[in-house]
Write a protein that binds this ligand. Structure first.
Ligand code: SF4
Length: 126
C-alpha cells in the first residue's frame, strides 16, 4: 500500500501474521530469555546462551526485533538482542538520529555481531 513505511509493512503486512507461531522459542522456557545475561566475569551466562541459540535459529527474528523495538519490549532477550542493546538503539530512534526502519536494521546487525562473537550459526530470517 502506498505511503506505508517499511516498519508499517512489516508490522501490518500479511507476512507478520502468525509470526509467534513460527518462533523458535515457542516451546522453550520463558525464563531463559529473562535470565542474567552476563556473569561476574562479563561472560554470557549458560542460560542466556540457550536463549540466544534459539534466536539465531529462529526464522522470524526480524519480525521479533521489529516488535521488540517498536512496541517496545523493555526487558529480556528479543531477537538475540538484549534490553540494554535495544535501549541504546531506541534512544537513537527517539532522538530522531535514525528512522524506525534503520533502528530495526541496527538491531539485526547488533544481534548478528553477538551471534558471530559466540560462534552461533544464524538462520536466514524473514
Ligand atoms: S527471535 Fe528469539 S525471542 Fe524472538 S521469536 Fe525468535 S526465538 Fe523467540
Amino acid at each position: 500500500m502506498a505511503g506505508r513505511s517499511a516498519v508499517d509493512r512489516i508490522l501490518k503486512g500479511p507476512i507478520l501474521d502468525g509470526w509467534h507461531d513460527r518462533a523458535a522459542c515457542a516451546n522453550k522456557p520463558t525464563s531463559w530469555f529473562y535470565a542474567d545475561i552476563k556473569d561476574d566475569n562479563n561472560q554470557i551466562t549458560p542460560i542466556a546462551r540457550k536463549a540466544l541459540v534459539q534466536c539465531f535459529a529462529c526464522p522470524v527474528r526480524r519480525h521479533c526485533l521489529t516488535h521488540a523495538i517498536t512496541y517496545p519490549e523493555r526487558w529480556g532477550i528479543w531477537g538475540g538482542v538484549t534490553e540494554h542493546q535495544r535501549r541504546r538503539i531506541r534512544s537513537a530512534m527517539l532522538a530522531g538520529d535514525i528512522t524506525p526502519a534503520q533502528a530495526i536494521e541496527a538491531a539485526v546487525d547488533v544481534g548478528n555481531e553477538t551471534g558471530d562473537k559466540l560462534g552461533l550459526r544464524r538462520r536466514r530470517t524473514a
